[in-house]
Design a protein around this ligand. Structure first.
Ligand SMILES: [Zn+2]
Length: 421
């Protein structure tokens, strides 16, 4: 026969009864304390004097098949000389986060929250979703206390837009989280609040001066704050702008340009002629049969289209730019793009190109270190999923930990011992 007491092992206690209420999907395990066991204080862990009473507790444990499971026993109280108070006994099988759950159960709830949104986990466990959320949050906080940032030499820093509403005294920078990844393992190793210089400073201060000096490459977006922090803390590091972010800023400039081109056509006298049907109709009409106004509309449209066409060319060439084999090739292409932009009279793109030229010393580093942009893109994707699944990211600290859990090492794949919680 199955030896139940051995399966259900609870420190300082033995199983005396096992009650099944299968119609209610409920199992109760009754325990009794071994009289001879010593008693430790739940607050300071020192030995206590026994004999200060006890009270009955019902603690939720891992489900057995489809049945909820509770362990029932009397929790002892004793006098702690160090706390100078009557305290409850410390029991290692109870969750430190809540005395109403066992450690195994709390760990398992958190384990489920690693792969599924809190609301869904709560539904499956028939738990309150705020209780589940709290368990998950506390578990991650406990994990963080034993978390060590791994050794690194190439990192990637990115800002992530975390929430919409500003709280009192905050600026737009506070709506972001700074995410730091290891470029070699492609995992998130740290997250800090805001996208200010201080956010990255915090990371460098945590890892210490020696570790900072071992950092050789920092890939970041074109945010000046990060650049300043890298310059201050990492004397051996080269700052590289990654392709994803450079292209993002380029695409923004292209879109703005496109808008002005559309704007110019819409504000012109030909607004009516631009509606799709008429536009097509005009093109289909034989040139000789168009009247004078129609002919003018057509040539106006052609000029406008020429601008769109030039814009298309600039865009294409920009993709070649990132495929350039050397810094010299890259510069050649970049100057060529600049020429095209200037000739076409695209003011917004011209401004963008000028800025990039002034920062060539950083921009060129991409062609030396070639950091991949997949990481930044992937990160952005994961975070969008996180937000969509309603992980309660209104609490920024929780959200930061969740990113570390989903994309980093703060999870049961890397921290395997429930006892450390
Ligand atoms: Zn104590």
């Amino acid at each position: 026969m199955l030896n139940l007491p051995r399966v259900f092992k609870f420190e300082k206690h033995k199983v005396i009864d096992f009650k099944e209420y299968l119609s209610k999907h409920l199992i109760e395990i009754h325990l009794v304390r071994n009289q001879s066991s010593k008693m430790n204080c739940s607050t300071c862990n020192n030995l206590m004097e026994p004999g200060h009473g006890s009270y009955k507790v019902k603690v939720q444990h891992m489900p057995i098949f489809t049945n909820h499971c509770y362990i029932i026993f009397r929790r002892q109280k004793g006098f702690c000389k160090f706390c100078k108070k009557v305290r409850t006994e410390k029991l290692n099988f109870l969750s430190k986060q809540t005395p109403h759950k066992t450690l195994d159960y709390a760990w398992w709830v958190g384990r489920m929250c690693e792969i599924s949104p809190v609301a869904k986990v709560a539904r499956i466990l028939k738990e309150d979703s705020s209780t589940t959320w709290r368990l998950d949050y506390k578990r991650m906080k406990a994990m963080l206390s034993s978390y060590r940032i791994p050794k690194i030499s190439r990192i990637c820093v990115d800002e992530v837009y975390a929430r919409r509403k500003l709280k009192k005294g905050e600026t737009r920078d506070d709506l972001f989280i700074t995410v730091i990844c290891d470029l070699d393992t492609r995992r998130v190793i740290w997250t800090s609040s805001s996208r200010r210089k201080e956010a990255l400073d915090e990371f460098f201060l945590i890892i210490g001066k020696n570790a900072c000096e071992k950092i050789l490459v920092v890939a970041a977006d074109m945010h000046d704050a990060y650049g300043a922090s890298v310059k201050e803390h990492c004397s051996n590091a080269t700052l590289v702008w990654d392709r994803f972010h450079v292209m993002q800023s380029f695409d923004n400039a292209v879109n703005e340009t496109r808008k002005t081109l559309h704007g110019e056509t819409e504000n012109g006298s030909n607004t009516q002629m631009l509606s799709r049907g008429k536009y097509r109709f005009l093109f289909l009409k034989k040139a000789s049969r168009r009247d004078q106004t129609e002919q003018r509309h057509i040539s106006d449209l052609m000029t406008e289209n020429e601008d769109f066409f030039k814009l298309e060319l600039v865009k294409e060439r920009m993709h070649d730019f990132f495929n350039a084999r050397s810094v010299t090739d890259a510069r050649e292409i970049f100057d060529e793009i600049g020429g095209w932009i200037w000739q076409s009279g695209f003011t917004i793109l011209h401004k963008w190109h000028n800025y990039m030229t002034s920062r060539w010393e950083t921009l060129k580093n991409y062609f030396i270190y070639r950091v991949s942009s997949g990481l930044a893109e992937g990160m952005n994707h994961v975070i969008k999923t996180l937000k969509r699944s309603g992980y309660g990211y209104r609490n920024m600290h929780y959200f930061k930990l969740k990113i570390l859990q989903m994309c980093g090492y703060l999870n049961s794949k890397y921290i395997t011992d429930p006892q450390m919680l």
